[in-house]
Design a protein around this ligand. Structure first.
Ligand SMILES: Nc1ncnc2c1ncn2[C@@H]1O[C@H](COP(=O)(O)OP(=O)(O)O)[C@@H](O)[C@H]1O
Ligand SMILES: [Mg+2]
Length: 258
């Protein structure tokens, strides 16, 4: 479904992703791990066409279509859904307004009764007060509430590809369980492909990945099964990555980024 070959991504003319190849088939869950600052969020933002994050080399295809030529709206319309590490607030636009607009296809009016019913059902499911339906998107919400609010969007929009960037950051243990379990429920129901970024096996114990990749120096330097995440958590990145024998220069750079 998503096929990246020798991808290069630049931010502000700095090459952050240097040679990344990764294929995610329909229904597969892939986790990317790696020390802070290696470019995990950069990859997600480039995939979603965040301004300033540019593909400068390689190929990136979404269901066979050149993703580099698609806009953020095009990509969303193709049912790719992204939860960023820090979901932004959009003052003055409520969840309901945005969702109604997003769900309106070819100007056809949606069934407002069914829409309201679905909103309420989903809020109950993810332990979000009903009042959130009419709140401005993420505005005045805590870190945990923002993640749940994004999940509310996910359930409503019914995507088939999820990009989840450190959804566990800023969540307490209970909220983490609610968020991760809700994503897993969604997976069981709809089998989307998932690209998940995390540092913690806690999340991957619930959202079980088929593959775990380590990103370092702009490339995927190691790929394994879920067990690789456990090894990283136990031994740290340095020791795990160390199997590749980094140069002294690379080690310095790596340590600075920790
Ligand atoms: N908008 C930006 N402007 C300048 N530098 C950026 C920007 N976004 C990311 N970077 C840089 O790109 C590198 C990778 O950042 P990021 O993708 O956020 O790392 P990660 O998510 O792996 O922790 C860092 O050196 C960061 O400073
Ligand atoms: Mg990040």
């Amino acid at each position: 479904m998503l096929e990246m070959k020798h991808v290069e991504i630049c931010v502000e003319e700095k090459k952050i992703i240097k040679d990344l190849s990764l294929t995610i088939q329909d229904g597969e869950i892939h986790a990317i791990m790696g020390p802070n600052g290696v470019g995990k969020s950069t990859l997600c933002k480039a995939l979603m066409k965040s301004p300033g994050y540019t593909f400068t080399g390689g190929t990136c295809k979404l269901n066979g279509e050149d993703m580099t030529q698609l806009s953020t709206t095009d990509i969303s319309r193709r049912k790719v859904f992204y939860i960023s590490q820090n979901p932004p607030a959009i003052e003055g636009v409520t969840n309901a307004e945005m969702l109604r607009m997003a769900l309106t296809v070819n100007g056809e009016k949606i069934d407002i009764f069914a829409f309201n019913k679905k909103c309420n059902e989903i809020c109950a499911r993810i332990h979000l007060p009903k009042s959130f339906v009419h709140r401005a998107i993420n505005d005045g919400m805590s870190g945990g509430e923002r993640k749940k609010n994004e999940l509310f969007h996910m359930w409503m929009l019914n995507p088939s590809f999820l990009i989840l960037d450190e959804i566990d950051s800023g969540l307490d243990v209970d909220a983490l369980k609610t968020v991760a379990s809700s994503i897993m429920d969604y997976y069981k129901e709809y089998h989307p492909s998932i690209l998940i970024i995390t540092h913690h096996t806690q999340l991957l114990d619930i959202i079980k990945p088929d593959f775990v990749h380590i990103l370092h120096d702009g490339k995927i330097i190691k790929t394994g099964t879920a067990e690789l995440a456990t090894i990283i958590e136990k031994n740290g990145y340095e020791e795990t990555i160390g199997t590749k024998k980094l140069s002294e220069e690379e080690k310095d750079e790596y340590n600075e980024n920790r």
